[in-house]
Write a protein of this length. Structure first.
Length: 129
């Protein structure tokens, strides 16, 4: 377990490449500190949720390279990647993470725009005269 563990997490159009190492709990996202990358505390909370639920806070250093999508999707991708990496690090954590739903890739994506409409379902304004 002294070696790095790699995993991939996905959410919407964001992809997170996650690397965890045994360490002190340092978290780095795209070369920045967690709180300076995800300014919103809710998103920070989401990224660290797998550590909290498994009781492994401060036991691993986390390095994430995330791209695509917006900040919310990127946070979700990070969470998914961290959960996958933790299961590779310790198989006994799998039931906890699975029950919390962290190992399931959220399949919800933006619906495609249809021709004749303004958005996926939004029709142009109707004018009677």
């Amino acid at each position: 377990m002294a070696d790095a563990i790699f995993a991939t997490g996905r959410r919407k159009t964001a992809v997170a490449r996650v690397r965890i190492l045994p360490g002190t709990g340092k978290i780095e996202v795209n070369g920045k500190d967690l709180s300076s990358y995800f300014m919103n505390p809710t998103l920070e909370h989401e990224v660290t949720a797998p550590f909290r639920i498994t009781g492994t806070e401060g036991k691993f250093d986390l390095y994430v390279n995330v791209q695509g999508g917006g900040l919310s999707g990127q946070a979700g991708a990070c969470k998914h990647g961290v959960a996958r990496a933790l299961t590779l690090a310790d198989e006994s954590l799998r039931p906890i993470l699975k029950k919390a739903g962290f190992l399931t890739r959220d399949p919800r994506m933006k619906e495609r725009k249809k021709y004749g409409l303004k958005k996926a379902r939004r029709a142009p304004q109707f004018s009677k005269r």
